[in-house]
Design a protein around this ligand. Structure first.
Ligand SMILES: Nc1ncnc2c1ncn2[C@@H]1O[C@H](COP(=O)(O)OP(=O)(O)OP(=O)(O)O)[C@@H](O)[C@H]1O
Ligand SMILES: [Mg+2]
Length: 266
């Protein structure tokens, strides 16, 4: 079993090839949990509903969407609705038995709502603000995925979790993919994005250890830093290999078989 995550921009530009690439592996017996991002599409629909999307940056340089009550509604509609079902329909088109859920379905993903978050304000000073409807994943119900993967080749997961009071929460898709890969002891975690891999000093790193990655963290920018952090956590807790690679090519899953992208091992 492998876990594949694709970001919103890779999906917007290349969903058809990504779906075909997954379908090709599923047809020879590979089981895939496919976690999708889709922040840009959420922003687009927020604007259509006259809501201006907001982003915050933590003191560690991690960027997140800020989700208040109105934004959560759009997040759930777009992620668990439109995007999740478009991905399922594309996989079905290529002959793959696929089922799409959000992390709330069956209680698959549980998260702890962030009461306060610390952000950097306009003057670059840390400030605590209410956390809104975002959560940190604390539990993955492996039985849900195992049962669904008994019946379907691909499980498509929207990055939404249930909070401790069963409220819907926006969770980060990179984090969701990593936590799922760890809990289900996936062979590999493949993170598809809109660049070819992790760039340090102008070059794509073909491999790194979790230790190297921690030392390089300050040289890696917004967006990628979170992926590297989550990949390290995954390989340190038993996932065989994490790969960050492009989702923009004809056959993005060839990163599982060929040495492209950045490969992270413990
Ligand atoms: N050192 C780096 N190497 C490679 N990419 C980097 C680096 N630092 C920052 N980035 C940026 O990280 C981005 C990828 O992360 P980003 O969060 O934007 O995409 P995603 O997670 O694939 O999509 P989404 O967040 O919409 O789900 C790249 O487009 C690149 O601009
Ligand atoms: Mg991202």
């Amino acid at each position: 079993m492998i876990v594949v995550k694709a970001g919103g921009r890779a999906l917007a530009q290349n969903l058809d090839n990504i779906a075909r690439s997954i379908a090709r592996r599923a047809s020879v017996g590979m089981k895939v949990i496919f976690v999708h991002g889709g922040g840009d599409l959420v922003s687009e629909y927020e604007r259509r509903m006259n809501i201006e999307p907001r982003f915050v940056i933590s003191p560690q340089g991690i960027r997140s969407r800020y989700t208040d009550e109105a934004e959560l509604e759009v997040f759930v509609m777009v992620m668990a609705g439109k995007l999740n079902k478009e991905i399922v329909s594309r996989l079905q088109k290529y002959g793959t038995g696929a089922i799409g859920i959000s992390g709330a379905d069956g209680g698959f993903l549980r998260a702890e709502r962030k009461k306060k978050i610390v952000i950097m304000d306009e003057r670059g000073r840390p400030r605590a603000i209410p956390g809104g409807y975002t959560g940190r994943i604390i539990d993955v119900n492996t039985g849900v995925a195992e049962k669904l993967l008994d019946s379907f080749h691909v499980l498509v997961v929207a990055p939404i979790a249930l909070g401790t009071e069963c409220e819907l929460l926006n969770v980060d898709a990179d984090q969701a993919a990593a936590k799922i890969s760890m809990s289900l002891r996936a062979e590999k975690l493949l993170v598809l994005t809109d660049v070819e891999g992790v760039v340090v000093g102008g070059k794509i790193l073909d491999k790194m250890s979790a230790g190297d990655a921690e030392k390089l963290q300050s040289k890696i920018g917004v967006g990628m830093n979170r992926k590297v952090m989550m990949c390290c956590e995954a390989v340190k807790s038993g996932v065989g290999e994490a790969i960050i690679s492009t989702g923009l090519i004809d056959d993005p899953l060839e990163a599982l078989e060929r040495e492209i992208g950045t490969r992270i091992k413990s």
